[in-house]
Design a protein around this ligand. Structure first.
Ligand code: EPU
Length: 440
């Protein structure tokens, strides 16, 4: 799969301030657990504001593999998940390998069919990313868990039982996986040190609409009383706070003036506060955020990533790129993942003055201009960091391996072009494709 996906490159001619309005899609990281949650009911589910992304396509592919009927209306951002129960309980390696969030079907499968066989995710580009907390939660609920031939084999033939679960880390997908399983377990489950991310709250709200008994969503303690069955609902997915933040940072880095619409500013306080520190004028409305940099160079801002409501790791690469051309010096501390600074080497190719300070922190001295270069996307959010650097740079930058970006940013070129950017996508030459594959 990667051989064909590797084939496209993005070309961006920098130096144009972004101006205009951009409509934000539904949140990828809310859509993926919500799609997995459709396994919890035999009724039809209708999800609206569903983003049109590679990762969503992968999750729909997995649901079909599990025997679920799925239809999609891309133009209206709607997905319908058909009536029925999963006829398979196998999430194969090739689907988990291209998207770790496939692991989210484990909880629903275990709760509804009493068994699941899911490929164990390995490490990925941003870190080792273990799933020990997911598995400890299911074991506490009475599941028998074994690892065999690279697969997690989970069984709970007599059903799951509610339990007190204290997570070692407030893992987002771990909380979601256990929460989904707990809705149909016998008795009460209490999840302590639960993740508080808006995407976890969105999942809990949808499960409640389906008939689940959940309290405490948005806090670090979730209390779930198991129910006998959940029913189908129509549910609107929240908007993508990371896509919103990414476009706002791009506007700030180019001295532009944009408004992101169809967004939920209440989910973005830490990011909006940092954008205000850059010197941008910010205007927050009920479902939109305006940012006006008034043609000025942004001021450098320090970043320390943390679980919600702290500053999101998913926005770190974008702010690293902004700081590379900002006035002043800054420090970035990545506290969530051990290998999420790979974009730094790529930014240095464009003339950024960045020094590693230990394994998870960098010091940046802003330069007045970056220069276009040929760079390589290393993961989803790092890719948008490179897009921001390219938009602010002098000359035409070529970004390789942009399949990363298609996993999480819907209609990127169309949205950027509408804001005035010079951007286009092209098939890489055959020689370049060979080199790209050889170095991966
Ligand atoms: N962790 C463990 N054990 C576990 C689970 C997690 O030690 O069992 C550790 C991880 O290694 C990491 C920390 O806990 O150091 C936090 O990881 P978490 O589990 O919260 O991350 P995730 O659920 O795998 C989700 C998002 C990520 C986002 C992180 C942090 C989805 C599908 N993915 O990942 O999104 O960066 O939360 O907010 O929701 C992205 O969209 O680009 C992306 C990577």
């Amino acid at each position: 799969m990667s051989a064909t996906l590797n084939a496209e490159q993005l070309f961006i001619k920098g130096g144009v301030p972004l101006v205009g309005e951009v409509r934000i899609a539904g949140a990828k990281n809310a859509a993926l657990p919500l799609l997995a949650a459709t396994l919890l009911t035999e009724d039809e589910m209708r999800l609206s504001n569903c983003p049109c992304l590679q990762d969503v396509a992968t999750m729909l592919w997995l649901l079909r593999t599990l025997g679920i009927k799925v239809s999609q209306q891309q133009a209206e951002a709607k997905v319908y998940i058909g009536v029925g129960v999963a006829s398979s309980h196998l999430a194969p390696d090739h689907l988990v390998r291209i998207m770790r969030a496939s692991f989210l079907v484990l909880g629903p499968l275990l709760a509804t069919t009493g068994q699941a066989r899911i490929s164990l995710p390995g490490g990925c580009a941003i870190g080792t990313r273990p799933v020990d907390q997911h598995l400890a939660g299911f074991a506490a609920m009475g599941a028998d868990i074994r690892i065999e031939d690279g697969y997690v084999i989970a069984a709970a033939p007599a059903g799951l039982t509610g339990a007190n679960i204290l997570l070692n880390v407030p893992t987002v997908t771990g909380t979601e996986n256990i929460l989904m399983a707990a809705t149909l377990a016998k008795g009460r489950t209490v999840i302590k040190n639960a993740a508080c991310e808006p995407e976890v709250v969105d999942l809990a709200n949808c499960l409640i609409a389906m008939g689940a008994d959940i309290q405490g969503q948005g806090s670090s303690t979730l209390i779930v009383e198991g129910v006998d069955r959940l029913h189908g609902v129509s549910y609107q997915i929240i908007s993508d706070r990371i896509e919103s933040g990414s476009y706002l940072v791009a506007a700030a880095a180019t001295g532009g003036s944009i408004r992101v619409v169809n967004t939920q500013p209440e989910h973005m306080e830490a990011v909006v506060a940092k954008l205000a520190e850059t010197g941008a004028r910010i205007d927050v409305q009920k479902d939109s955020i305006g940012l006006d940099m008034r043609g000025r160079r942004p001021k450098a801002v320090g970043i320390k990533t943390a679980p919600y409501p702290g500053f999101p790791s998913d926005m770190q690469a974008q702010f690293t790129a902004l700081n590379a051309i900002a006035a002043g010096t800054s420090q970035i501390e990545e506290n969530m993942f051990e290998n999420r600074l790979m974009h730094v080497q790529q930014l240095k190719r464009m003339g950024a003055d960045i020094a590693m300070q230990g394994a998870s922190s960098v010091g940046i001295s802003g330069v007045s201009k970056l220069q276009a270069a040929s760079v390589m996307a290393t993961d989803l959010r790092a890719s948008f960091g490179l897009v921001i650097a390219a938009l602010a740079a002098e000359g035409e930058t070529c970004i390789d391996r942009i399949y990363h970006i298609d996993r999480g940013y819907e209609r990127l070129e169309e949205k950027l072009s509408a804001l005035g950017a010079h951007v286009f996508r092209r098939e890489a030459s055959e020689q370049r494709q060979r080199l790209s594959r050889a170095s991966s």
